[in-house]
Design a protein around this ligand. Structure first.
Ligand code: CP
Ligand code: NVA
Length: 323
């Protein structure tokens, strides 16, 4: 019988990405290197990388950046996408997450899922035979964290040793993935929130296990948390699906709004980041998001480059590329 020698593969081929910490530190660094490499390559060199590949995108919640950046990424890499939103697809509503995943795995090469709860997404991913990417769940937003780290690396050259400060709802998906990525790459992160919105002790211990004790600290005083920071980051006070808490959140999180006054306690070179969409005049003043320290639109652009790297890494052997 003809012996077929499998092509050498790297460790990310065929994997899922549900949380940033599903990656090892060196895999996270490799993805960022690949994103920087692909961002610098002309489009005509990229359009065969995912030829004939199909990405399904199943979204229970609205999206602008995640949906469009994945669609454009696949188009520029020579592949195709198909999209279904909440009215057509809710993980686990018409059939079990496992049955839906097994069926879709027969049709497509990878699947991005945006869900409310994280647990059905885990069941879906466990049953899928093609890579499943978390496009935002209640627990995590790993794709956002890849773009965030790419943006910070571009601005500062190096991530290790930086101090980041996340203000507002420090228990949310974006905060969790940002914090995982930051400590994995050797930065420290301060969370600034009332005690009701601080990360759980279990999550802080998880962050310490990814890095070292003290890499993540929770503060109630926003000025103490911000002092000396290189990066200030916030997100909406009320995440999708939690609208019933919005009045309470508005009242409790007001002292953590990012204003020019609060920014003055950070390093003079500090940058402002936000995953977007932003609620101007709530978690961030318009002057800050439009100001010269704001990196938010570079961050949004980098969703495209970081996700291209992710798709290429999960779906190809990355021959000739820095992975
Ligand atoms: N930042 C982000 O995920 O944006 P969308 O909700 O528009 O996808
Ligand atoms: N925390 C926000 C992020 C949106 C990109 C939400 O879950 O709605």
């Amino acid at each position: 019988m003809l012996a077929i020698t499998p092509a050498p593969s790297h460790g990310l081929l065929g994997r899922n990405l549900l949380r940033t910490s599903d990656l090892s530190i060196s895999e996270l660094e490799s993805l960022l290197r690949l994103a920087i490499y692909l961002k610098a390559r002309p489009l005509h060199e990229q359009h065969a990388l995912l030829r004939s590949r199909t990405l399904a995108m199943l979204f229970e919640k609205p999206s602008l950046r995640t949906r469009v950046s994945f669609e454009v990424a696949m188009t520029q890499l020579g592949g195709e996408t198909l999209f279904a939103n909440g009215s057509e697809f809710l993980v686990g509503s018409r059939e079990t997450p496992e049955d839906a995943a097994r069926v879709l795995s027969r049709y497509v090469d990878a699947i991005v899922v945006r869900t409310h709860a994280h647990e059905p997404l885990e069941r879906f991913a466990d049953a899928s035979s093609v890579p499943v990417i978390n496009g935002l769940s209640a627990l995590a937003h790993p794709c956002q964290s890849l773009a965030d780290m790419l943006t910070i690396a571009e601005r500062f050259g190096n991530i290790a040793g930086l101090r980041m400060c996340y203000l507002g709802d420090a228990r949310n998906n974006v905060a969790a993935s940002l914090a995982e990525a930051a400590v994995m790459l050797g930065a420290t992160i301060h969370f600034a929130s009332p005690t009701t919105h601080r990360p759980s002790e279990a999550f802080l211990a998880h962050l310490a296990s990814l890095s070292r004790p003290g890499a993540a600290r929770a503060f109630t005083d926003p000025v103490r948390a911000v002092r000396g920071a290189d990066v200030l980051y916030t997100d909406v006070w009320t995440s999708m699906g939690e609208e019933r808490y919005s009045e309470r959140n508005d009242a409790m999180l007001r002292p953590y709004a990012v204003t020019d006054d609060l920014l003055s306690f950070a390093q003079p070179h500090a940058i402002f980041m936000h995953c977007l969409p932003a609620h101007r005049g709530e978690e961030v003043a318009s002057g800050v998001i439009d100001g010269e320290r704001s990196a938010v639109f570079d961050q949004a652009e980098n969703r495209l480059h970081a996700q291209k790297a992710l798709l290429v890494a999960l779906l190809t052997d990355c021959k000739g590329m820095p992975l």
